[in-house]
Design a protein. Structure first.
Ligand code: PEP
Length: 255
């Protein structure tokens, strides 16, 4: 039985004061509703605020991760952050291959694979983001696209490493657009990904959590999370509002 996971991707949002208010509301809501008994909850703030959020969440079950990492370990990579640094600051996980990184910051398939390996080497859980564009969906290439992304990212990994991953299916056309995949559209892709995991290791297929992301909100979360292969959500916009994010966590807890 996989425990649901709800992950909040803050993207490039937040300031120290707002972060403090958001975390304080989240922590009290999670505790009052005893949500973390049945759902793991994580936030992914901008990296400069990871230490602040870690300190605020100290002693609570709220996990903290980073939104990206550099594939290299140390050295002359001005502006970059390594897996070792993120781990040192208390990150437990890191998003890899988010569509915004792929589209705007040159995250090729090769870089995504290198980032996944770098994260694993430092004990960070890579949350590997995959998803098709609208053109690919309209061309009937959704499964082919996510399969190619998945296979490329895990090509150099052993079964035991694949078992450490979290996958996030995020159709590009649904991210930040208010347009959500239907539960059936999402389930079809999640089931396909589950099959690909099974091809690597039965343990991976049984234990790896596959999150859905793309305009998840308090209203559509329950129906999405009720699908057999959807194990929670990667939430962008709605993770910035404590009540909305808590309602999504509640939906995952009751799924
Ligand atoms: C995301 O950034 O991963 C995301 C899913 O964003 P949103 O929920 O705003 O669509």
């Amino acid at each position: 039985m996989r425990k649901a996971l709800v992950a909040g991707n803050w993207k490039m949002n937040g300031r120290a004061k707002q972060n403090g208010e958001l975390i304080s509301s989240l922590l009290s809501g999670l505790e009052q509703q005893a949500l973390t008994e049945s759902v793991d909850v994580m936030v992914f703030p901008p990296s400069v605020y990871v230490s602040q959020v870690k300190a605020l969440a100290e002693g609570s079950p709220l996990g903290v991760g980073a939104q990206d990492l550099c594939e290299h370990a140390d050295g002359a990579f001005t502006g970059e952050l390594s897996a070792g640094m993120l781990s040192d600051c208390g990150c437990a996980a890191v998003l890899v291959g988010h569509s915004e990184r792929r589209a705007m910051f040159g995250d090729t398939e090769a870089r995504v694979a290198a980032k996944v390996s770098a994260a694993l080497e430092q004990g960070l859980v890579p949350v590997l983001c995959l998803g098709e564009t609208l053109e690919e969906r309209d061309a009937g290439e959704t499964l082919k696209c996510v399969e190619a992304q998945f296979e490329s990212a895990v090509a150099g990994l052993e079964a035991g490493q694949i078992e450490q991953l979290v996958l996030a299916y995020e159709p590009v056309w649904a991210i930040g657009t208010g347009r959500t995949a239907t539960p059936q559209q999402a389930q079809e892709v999640h089931a396909h990904l589950r099959g690909l995991l099974a091809g690597k290791s039965a343990e991976a297929a049984a234990t790896v959590r596959i999150l859905y992301g793309g305009s998840v909100n308090a209203k559509n979360a329950s129906e999405l999370f009720a699908q057999p292969d959807i194990d929670g959500g990667l939430v962008g916009g709605a993770s910035l509002k404590a009540n909305d994010f808590l309602a999504i966590c509640q939906a995952a807890a009751s799924s």
